[in-house]
Design a protein around this ligand. Structure first.
Ligand SMILES: NC(=O)c1ccc[n+]([C@@H]2O[C@H](COP(=O)([O-])OP(=O)(O)OC[C@H]3O[C@@H](n4cnc5c(N)ncnc54)[C@H](O)[C@@H]3O)[C@@H](O)[C@H]2O)c1
Length: 283
């Protein structure tokens, strides 16, 4: 089962999910965040998620122990010198990501591919912050990572064929199917998703429909597994606001403009499921 080592930067919703999936197929994982407290709370959360799977009979106790034994926490980027591939999953902030890629370029072996889990930002900008732009690629997972079958690979004009192929094989080794999108704001998936989610918020904001009816309409008529407001809470309203602002800045198209309701919710700390409250309340 010695598959190599995956470095993951950012131990939030996505980083934790990617860590779980990689560890469950036998990769060693180095899960990095900015403080030991954040790394510890992320691994605690993962332990709880896995315990719930064991309780439901969906995971053996031994498999849970194996997953946890493959993950080690890190607060020092120099630990990435041991990684065979790195996937970045920090906040959706281009300057922060560019700084991180420049640092990773310094600490990672020269042959290592650097992937970004960004939902919308320019992968080329991240690539050009390094001296290995041909080895930088978008590896965009979906939430919740253990359940979602797809990974969007984002190819810039500098990404080499070998890098794309490596990212495809890495995703396949995690049991994920891939498609390739161009490096333009929102790629393919987010460009389709954001106007849909923001429209649902606008309908709620204008009083045209209740949140329950908006969600029920999409679940019952389009056969979507969850409605747009439930999905927004799952993604994180702060994450969505950042994405919407970035895409509006790029396209200047009103369909990407964040509704005031979304801005207010983020200001009030009602960030969705992870905060216990978003459009809905969670215990
Ligand atoms: N939430 C989703 O549904 C979703 C889906 C697909 C892609 N994404 C993308 O994945 C990325 C992460 O999103 P998330 O929802 O996991 O965010 P999150 O807020 O849950 O987690 C981000 C983590 O990154 C850490 N971090 C920030 N700067 C760092 C740095 N310099 N070094 C190390 N760690 C750092 C933060 O402390 C935090 O723990 C974003 O680019 C987002 O657009 C999110």
């Amino acid at each position: 089962m010695d598959k190599g080592t995956v470095g993951i930067i950012g131990a939030g919703t996505m980083g934790r999910g990617i860590a779980q999936v990689a560890a469950s197929v036998g990769y060693d994982v180095i899960l990095n965040d900015t403080t030991a407290k954040l790394v510890d709370s992320s691994t605690d959360r993962l332990r709880q998620d896995l315990a719930r799977l064991v309780d439901k009979g969906k995971l053996e106790g031994a498999a849970r122990d194996a997953i946890l034994s493959h993950i080690r926490g890190s607060v020092d980027l120099r630990d990435m010198s041991a990684a065979d591939i790195v996937v970045e999953a920090i906040f959706e902030d281009l300057d922060a990501k560019k700084k991180l890629f420049a640092a990773l370029d310094e600490y990672c072996r020269p042959d290592v591919i650097l992937g970004s889990n960004s939902s919308s930002l320019s992968i080329l900008d991240m690539a050009m912050a390094t001296k290995r732009p041909e080895k930088v690629v978008g590896i965009h997972f979906f939430n919740p990572v253990p359940l979602m079958k797809g990974v969007e690979l984002v190819c810039t004009i500098t990404t080499s064929f070998q890098t794309l192929e490596y990212a495809r094989q890495f995703s396949a080794s995690l049991g994920k199917q891939t498609w390739v999108a161009k490096d333009a704001p929102g790629f393919l998936s987010t460009r389709l998703l954001i106007p849909y989610l923001l429209d649902a918020m606008r309908l709620l904001e204008s009083g045209f429909a209740t949140k329950e009816d908006i969600d029920a309409c999409c679940v019952l008529s389009f056969n979507y597994p969850m409605g747009p407001l439930t999905l927004s809470d799952l993604i994180g309203l702060d994450v969505l606001l950042n994405i919407a602002n970035g895409m509006y800045g790029s396209f200047k198209d009103p369909k990407f403009a964040a509704p005031i309701l979304l801005e207010k919710k983020v200001k009030a700390g009602q960030l969705g499921r992870k905060a216990g409250r978003g459009f809905y309340e969670y215990t």
